[in-house]
Design a binder for this molecule. Structure first.
Ligand SMILES: Cc1cc2nc3c(=O)[nH]c(=O)nc-3n(C[C@H](O)[C@H](O)[C@H](O)COP(=O)(O)OP(=O)(O)OC[C@H]3O[C@@H](n4cnc5c(N)ncnc54)[C@H](O)[C@@H]3O)c2cc1C
Length: 489
């Protein structure tokens, strides 16, 4: 068993160089996940010079660690949107998801992309009476919005739709990256953006050593690395889930289960599906979803997941975790932030469809085309006050605890938190008793870090930045390291 995503276990044929000079372009896209690559795809046959940069390698972050479902049956999201806003907004969101599915289907067929793309029935199933009631309401609403929904009472109550799909997200995105890089898009990997400055009629974006001048900038970084103007921490919270993929049988394509993908309502705390790739059939199973700040013990959560699988006599081949942004009003933030600055984020764990529609909306806005979804997802929209308050109140306690209660030392003394010359540090003694010291403050919003003993990283429980053993930042929103000088005397 390996602690890595099933989708990352693929040989990459292409790599892209690191930025090593000052450059200029029409459109700069920051982030090579589904949002950035989809945006570039929709612009790649236009008369524009486009640059896409990623701090790491492309398609290696959130988009490489999901369950690969392409579906509009997303827990009880339509009831939530209707209750907070109205039926019209719920219907608009539904239409946007169906439009995204059509776009993905069109791209795969047009470009002849080999990415295990297959039709797969989506079911929403109940594990309690409370969930059954939520699902019945969702069914009523979906039917009212014109969706043909099947209902089954046993073995557990569930509703389902048939016109949904799955794919291998990394195969899809790497193929798109190849296509765009052969057109007018230059891709740079290992290029971390630290700052964006607005000048008179252009933007100047900086890495540590170089600058990129562009008319348009697209933020496709998942969590935005800047605070102003969006104040993103007030717009939602981060949710973390634990996933597994287990080889269940070979060449068994006739099994009906292979065509099923399921989820529970509300927080979608259980999700499963089958995935057929290279004649191998994998059971993908997700369990143990929590608000990132509330319950942070990687080993315990992975152990819970493998125990649940063991009860079903299933041995996992891959286990991994992934985080996504849950917005206060269950709608993503896609569109114009201010003059020629665009963003796509906040996908509520449905970023394959939302990242795809984001690519279309943002490219339409850049090209001055009308897009009917630009209002509903407007990043500057005001959300109902109650939804902001509920979120702020529920996040306040763990946030304050993180600030005032210092992390306890753990792992039998191999991880400790202390002060060196008045500064908070974290220390980890590795298997060879080598000492790794880091500053114990996330550069993003100064939260105290937690040591992730499974993946051997220092993780921020507030907004999911991550640092390697010696403090080099490997995941944002932080775009600075926490290296301590005593590691490099
Ligand atoms: C457990 C789980 C399961 C999921 N399953 C599904 C599913 O089945 N179906 C579905 O539709 N959605 C699913 N999702 C949601 C989906 O995976 C995400 O919403 C989506 O991948 C987000 O894509 P993105 O492009 O916004 O971000 P990412 O894929 O994270 O891409 C952002 C990129 O930006 C780069 N970057 C960040 N900061 C900088 C910087 N400063 N400079 C340069 N580059 C930078 C990063 O390196 C990264 O490559 C799931 C999410 C989770 C957590």
């Amino acid at each position: 068993m390996e602690y890595k995503s099933i989708w990352s276990d693929i040989k990459r044929e292409d790599s892209y160089s690191k930025l090593n000079e000052n450059i200029s372009c029409d459109v700069l896209i920051i982030g090579g996940g589904i949002t950035g690559i989809s945006t570039a795809y929709h612009l790649c046959d236009k008369d524009l010079k486009i640059v896409l940069v990623d701090r790491s390698i492309i398609t290696n972050s959130t988009s490489a660690k999901n369950t690969g479902k392409i579906t509009y049956l997303q827990g009880n999201i339509y009831s939530k949107i209707k209750n907070l806003y109205n039926l019209e907004k719920a219907k608009m969101y539904l239409n946007s998801q169906k439009e995204a599915i059509r776009l993905i289907d069109g791209i795969i067929n047009k470009e002849n992309i080999n990415c295990d793309y297959q039709k797969q029935k989506s079911i929403l199933f109940a594990t309690s009476l409370k969930e059954k009631k939520l699902i019945q309401k969702e069914k009523e609403l979906l039917t009212k919005m014109g969706i043909k929904v099947e209902e089954e009472k046993s073995p557990v109550y569930n509703i389902s739709v048939n016109d949904t799909y799955y794919f291998h997200p990394v195969k899809y995105l790497l193929s798109l990256a190849k296509i765009i890089s052969e057109k007018n898009v230059t891709i740079y990997e290992n290029t971390l953006i630290r700052n964006i400055e607005e000048k008179d009629n252009f933007y100047l974006t900086s890495t540590k050593n170089y600058k990129i001048k562009s008319k348009y900038v697209v933020i496709a970084t998942h969590y935005p690395f800047f605070l102003i103007p969006l104040f993103f921490p007030l717009k939602g919270y981060i949710e973390k889930s634990y996933l597994s993929a287990s080889l269940v049988n070979n060449n068994n394509n006739n099994n009906n289960n292979n065509y099923t993908s399921g989820i529970t309502p509300n927080k979608g705390s259980i999700s499963f599906r089958f995935h057929n790739t290279n004649n191998n059939n994998y059971f993908i199973y997700l369990n143990g979803t929590h608000k990132l700040m509330n319950k942070y013990n990687n080993r315990k959560n992975f152990n819970n997941l493998s125990n649940l699988l063991l009860k079903k006599n299933i041995i996992p081949n891959y286990m991994w975790s992934n985080c996504d942004i849950i917005t206060n009003d269950y709608l993503p933030y896609i569109g114009k932030v201010k003059n020629n600055l665009f963003i796509g984020t906040g996908y509520n764990t449905w970023g394959i469809t939302n990242g795809t529609i984001a690519g279309k909306i943002i490219s339409d806005l850049i090209l001055n085309n009308k897009n009917i979804y630009s209002d509903i997802f407007n990043p500057n929209r005001s959300t109902p006050l109650m939804s902001i308050l509920t979120d702020v109140i529920s996040s306040a306690k763990p946030y304050i605890e993180n600030k005032i209660i210092k992390n306890k030392n753990y792992l039998k003394g191999r991880v400790l938190f202390t002060k060196i010359k008045g500064k908070d540090v974290g220390i980890y003694y590795d298997d060879n008793n080598k000492k790794h010291i880091v500053y114990n403050k996330c550069p993003h919003l100064k939260c105290n870090l937690i040591f992730n003993e499974i993946e051997k990283t220092w993780d921020c429980p507030c907004h999911s930045s991550r640092f390697d053993l010696d403090g080099f930042c490997i995941k944002g929103p932080s775009n600075y390291d926490i290296t301590h000088k005593s590691n490099n005397p």
